[in-house]
Structures are given as C-alpha cells and as structure tokens.
Write a protein that binds this ligand. Structure first.
Ligand code: NI
Length: 205
C-alpha cells in the first residue's frame, strides 16, 4: 500500500487519530473524576450494587446484610506484597481513631484473587487487621460481578510457570457506602488512618 503524502510529515489521518486519542484521554480522565467524585449517596451515579459473596466461614453474605451501617469497601488480595496490607492497616487505624463512631462502619475486604483466597484465607488475613475488618470471597463469577459494579480493575500478572506464580494488578480505592447501600464517596487508599477517619467523620455528619 502506498500513500501520496510525504512520509516525513504526519498525514492528516495520523493527526486526527492523535487528536482523537488526546480527546479520549481527557474525556476518560474527566469521567473518572466525576464518577469518583461522589454524589452524597442519592444513587444518581452507578457505583456499587447488590452482591452475593462468602464470608470467612464460607457462609453466603449479601450487601443487604450490612444495611444500617456504612460500608467501607476495599478490593485487593491477601498475597499483595505492599498496597493491600498498608491500606488495611490504615483502615484498622482509622477505626481505632473513630472510637465509638466506628460501630457505625463496616470495613469489608473483598478479594480479587478467589483462586487462592478461600474463606479460611481471607478470614485469617482480615483478622490480622483487627476485629472490625471482614474478609469476603466468592466464585470467579461473583467476584467479577461485584468488581464490575464497583468499577474495580484487576488482572492476573504471571511471574513464573507454576500455578501460583502470579500477582494481581488491581485498582486501589476505598469506597464509602451509605447505610442504604448507595455510593457516597471514594476515599484515597494512600492516606493515614487519621486522614481516613477525618473523611469518614465528615461524611457521617
Ligand atoms: Ni494489593
């Protein structure tokens, strides 16, 4: 295939494609900002939703089991070397800092690695971050569904040939959900327990 344009100068098609890509990146950025901006829990933005998962004892749980409490939802996996344990330490610290107000909040850790994170594994892992944090797992399909509802990105990343030679890439955001299950606000996961507690206090009024 030949073209009539000088190969040294970008063709109009390449220019338009580049502009289109830039525009797409800007729009996606704006969109991400808007959907993570929170809406006060009035349900206008679609983040979160019904889920059925398994708790640390293998018993089925649903989002409805936590109605009446604020949910602080985090997605990760127990083999995570750094981000997940750091975040869950901060969440546990935030619960301590909240004092009696912590009774109104249920922190949930939902694994994106159900293959390795069985109920027993998530139970033991969550317990390491104090009595408040509950670990949840589920089937591949159940995890895929809840992750999609929360706009969570996750993907297996191979590190070797063995069946367990992989890590999970995953987005890292804390989701604060109202007592009726609606999305209230994203909480940055790279904050201290003190900062997270301050955000939650403000959101709970
Ligand atoms: Ni992680």
């Amino acid at each position: 295939m030949t073209t009539t344009t000088d190969p040294k100068t970008p063709s109009p098609r390449v220019l338009y494609a580049t502009l289109g890509l830039l525009l797409a990146v800007l729009l996606i950025g704006a969109g991400a900002f808007m959907w993570l901006g929170g809406n006060g829990g009035n349900g206008a933005l679609s983040i979160g939703g019904p889920f059925t998962l398994e708790d640390g004892d293998g018993k089925p749980v649903t989002d409805r089991d936590y109605r009446g409490k604020y949910m602080l939802v985090y997605f990760g996996y127990t083999f995570c070397p750094d981000v997940c344990p750091t975040t869950l330490n901060a969440v546990a610290d935030a619960m301590d800092k909240l004092g009696p107000e912590a009774a109104r909040v249920q922190p949930l850790f939902i694994t994106v690695d159900p293959k390795r994170d069985t109920p027993a594994v998530v139970k033991q892992y969550a317990a390491a971050f104090g009595p408040k944090v509950l670990g949840l797992t589920g089937t591949d399909a159940e995890i895929a569904k809840v992750a999609k509802e929360y706009r969570v990105y996750y993907a297996e990343h191979r590190t070797g040939p063995g069946p367990n030679d992989y890590s999970m890439d995953h987005s890292s955001v804390l989701y604060f959900m109202s007592p009726n299950g609606g999305f209230m606000a994203p909480i940055r996961a790279d904050q201290s327990g003190e900062e997270i507690a301050a955000s939650l206090r403000k959101l709970m009024g």
